[in-house]
Write a protein that binds this ligand. Structure first.
Ligand code: GLC
Length: 532
């Protein structure tokens, strides 16, 4: 096994949405002490690093992505002492901690913004993006935010301020004082022992300083959100954004072996966020699988294209769900969710899991009275919410699914299937999805081909199966994933006469089988080692 690898290259990362993981205080809302109390579970899963969505002081309009104090813990999650204890307990288990870092905007309640908007000559005026009205007296440019209009007029100072994400004003990263303050935020958490950051909306940090209008795009026809009626050539991917990203990276590097993940849309420019000298994000998040139709040929095309586009020396990563999208088991179906699990754990690159996907949690329908995500409504005209993928973790068949002690109602409803889909029940069932997850982590850990090997997809008939080879030195394993609900018979004899089945998604198959007529059952994936 290569020993020049960094921890984040061989890690399995697990993304926790803190509001929904585990509630220790009984108020129906997840908290830091709750996460600490579940670390043994996480360690037993075999995951190496935890990424927490924001835990900072916030009015929670965007559930923590709207920050009022970057160096304070939101009291609903606990205290700084709870955080320090969490770090200590994570360390004791030889695990790592990644925090969310939100550079693009703050809450409009942040004291920085309050000071900035107070007067034209406020020392913090240029901490945010202020601009005189356009020639006709309206907004300074045609820019459009993802969650609605992006300019708001401030009558008391006669200028507009920019807020590309709902009510949250954009920070002005062209101001050296902002850069310094935000590097100070990174240092604050790095000093507390954090191992890295997932940087929110990294491509949107810098905007065109001439505030030029953006051209109209036809992509609007495919999306319901008017955001897509413009081509965002002046608000995304500006050359100076890369300068800022390099500054962030330098700060992390000064602390040694830390990691930087960047949230990026699946844009062609994603690869540029590795940096020309691999000096930007270690892992620009690859969300392609969240937006690819779940068909063998479509998934193969995406994996091939991504793998071959990687700059030399860049390390890949894969992700199938997060707090902004439908859960994978809802998108692909509960049977295919096992195939997705095998795919993510056997592709080349760091897998990033969303809490609850290990037991196959699905989206939960939430009535309008209990809906909490108003931001989703803003983006999609009142019919879309991200809540269905953010419901409380299902720990057991007890009250509130073991997430929180009654009588408090949980902040979002518990899924109706919690009595059967939960950690306790699946731990007892040797063939459960949870056990598949554990076995996949173990297989990945003990198989150098899967951890560090090269990737090559395999051509053959019939369609409906995606197969690939992972090779390290002279050793190789083959993965065959059946995306359909029907038996498939594969001829893989060109690889070797036989294959030793290392794992099936059904957890009921092992032993040597001929590769000339390898049977793959409906919705089954297998990992095998070719043998002569
Ligand atoms: C990121 C977060 C999302 C949030 C948005 C605005 O995309 O993942 O949850 O709403 O930024 O802050």
């Amino acid at each position: 096994m290569r020993n020049d690898l960094r921890w984040w290259q061989t890690a399995v990362i697990y993304h926790i949405y803190p509001l929904s993981f585990s509630d220790s205080s009984g108020d129906g809302i997840g908290d830091l002490a709750g996460i600490t109390s579940r670390l043994d579970y996480l360690r037993s899963l075999g995951v190496d690093a935890l990424w927490l969505s924001p835990i900072y002081a916030s009015p929670m309009v965007d559930h923590g992505y709207d920050i009022t104090d970057h160096k304070a813990i939101n009291p609903m999650f606990g205290t700084l002492a709870d955080f320090e204890r969490l770090v200590e307990e994570i360390r004791r288990r030889d695990m790592r901690l990644i925090l969310d870092f939100v550079p693009g905007h703050t809450s409009d309640q942040h004291v920085w913004f309050q000071e900035s908007r107070a007067s034209l000559d406020s020392p913090k005026r240029d901490w945010y993006v202020w601009r005189d009205p356009g020639p006709e007296g309206g907004p300074p440019s045609n820019w459009m935010g993802y969650f609605g209009p992006s300019w708001t007029y401030d009558a008391s100072t006669g200028q507009y301020y920019l807020h590309q994400h709902a009510s949250m004003p954009d920070l002005n990263w062209r101001s050296p004082a902002v850069l310094e303050a935000m590097l100070g935020v990174l240092a604050f958490w790095l000093d507390k022992g954090v191992d890295g950051f997932r940087v929110d909306l990294i491509a949107a940090i810098i905007k065109d300083d001439q505030f030029r209008d953006e051209p109209v795009s036809t992509a609007y026809l495919e999306h319901r959100n008017p955001y897509y009626s413009l081509e965002h050539i002046h608000t995304l991917d500006q050359a100076q954004t890369h300068d800022v990203v390099r500054e962030l990276r330098r700060k992390l590097d000064a602390y040694g072996d830390r990691v930087m993940l960047g949230e990026l849309d699946p844009i062609p420019g994603l690869m540029s966020y590795y940096g020309a000298a691999l000096d930007e994000c270690h892992l620009p998040l690859n969300l392609h699988l969240q937006n690819t139709p779940w068909q063998a040929d479509a998934v193969r095309r995406v994996v091939d294209a991504y793998d071959s586009a990687l700059p030399p020396g860049a390390w890949p990563n894969w992700n199938v769900s997060n707090h902004d999208q439908s859960r994978v088991a809802s998108r692909v179906g509960v049977h295919q969710a096992r195939v997705a699990q095998m795919l993510l754990m056997t592709l080349r690159g760091t897998p990033i899991w969303y809490y609850g996907d290990e037991i196959g949690m699905t989206d939960v329908q939430i009535s309008s009275v209990r809906m909490r995500d108003a931001m989703g409504h803003l983006a999609h005209g009142g019919i879309f919410s991200r809540d269905p993928a953010r419901t409380p973790m299902q720990w057991d068949a007890g009250p509130n699914a073991g997430f929180s002690a009654p009588p408090e109602e949980t902040w979002l409803p518990i899924a109706p299937d919690y009595e059967t889909v939960n950690v306790a029940v699946q731990s007892e069932d040797p063939r459960s999805q949870l056990n598949l997850f554990r076995q996949l982590v173990a297989l990945r850990r003990e198989t150098p081909e899967l951890r560090v090997g090269t990737y090559r997809s395999i051509d053959f008939e019939p369609n409906g199966v995606f197969a690939y080879e992972r090779r390290h030195l002279d050793a190789r394993v083959v993965v065959a994933l059946n995306f359909r609900d029907a038996d498939q018979c594969l001829d893989l004899a060109s690889l070797a006469p036989d294959g030793d089945v290392l794992l099936s998604t059904e957890l009921d198959r092992s032993g040597v089988e001929p590769l000339s007529g390898l049977k793959v059952r409906p919705n089954e994936g297998v990992v095998l080692r070719p043998v002569s």
